[in-house]
Every structure is written in C-alpha cells, then in structure tokens.
Design a protein around this ligand. Structure first.
Ligand SMILES: [Zn+2]
Length: 125
C-alpha cells in the first residue's frame, strides 16, 4: 500500500491510497475536498465554516501534511548549507517536525551526494 501522495494532471489535486481498502482517493488541496466516502457522504454536507468540515477527512489531513513537507524540501534543496543549519535550529526549536525533517533530508541528500562524488573521484585518481 502506497501512503504517499501522488501528483495528478491537476496541480491542486493529489491521489492517496486508502489506509484500509484497495481504493485510491483524489484530494483537491485548494478546494479542501476528498473523494472518499466519509467526505462525500458526511463532511460535504456540513457548512464550509464547520470545524469538522475544515479539519477534513484523514486523507485530506495526511495530504496537507505531506504537501507541507514536500514544499519545505523543495525550498531546502535550493538553500546553502549555512542557511539550512540556521533553519534547522529555528524549526527544531519551534518543534516543527515537517520543516526540520525536510531540512534534515536536504542535508542528508547533500552528504550522500558528496560521498558518491568522493568515491567517483577516488576511482579515477
Ligand atoms: Zn478522504
């Protein structure tokens, strides 16, 4: 089972597999709607200002969380090491696991890339 959001042709819409069945649901992050039965039969009938509607179903919540991480990772990949380390301190102090986790991933990617580069240079030295 894939529990990672997948992009679709519409940039606002992502796909996410059900946590319990073989179904795959479409989640419109801009509109805040999901194609799952819980959303389509219950939450969609609530007023848009209703806290339960705003909280959304578990798929919408997961997709928002993953989208925030993905955005933070895309930004982190463009920053230099000094800014990443400052950002890591800042977001870690705030207890923001999504952003501090994305920064850690970006730093790890660089470490792996540097090791691969060093190994390649050693091969041809
Ligand atoms: Zn849903």
């Amino acid at each position: 089972m894939v529990t990672q959001i997948q992009p679709t042709k519409n940039p606002a819409v992502v796909a996410l597999d059900s946590f319990t069945t073989e179904a795959t649901y479409l989640i419109d992050l801009e509109a805040g709607v999901c194609s799952c039965p819980h959303f389509q039969h219950r939450l969609i009938n609530l007023e848009p200002t209703d806290p339960k509607r705003q909280a959304g179903c578990k798929h919408l919540q997961e997709a928002k969380k993953q989208q925030r991480f993905a955005k933070a990772l895309a930004i982190a990949r463009k920053l230099d090491d000094a800014k990443l380390l400052l950002g890591l301190q800042h977001y870690q102090a705030q207890g923001d696991l999504a952003v501090s986790g994305a920064i850690r991933c970006a730093l790890h990617e660089r470490k792996v890339a540097a090791a691969a580069d060093a190994a390649l240079r050693a091969t041809f030295a």
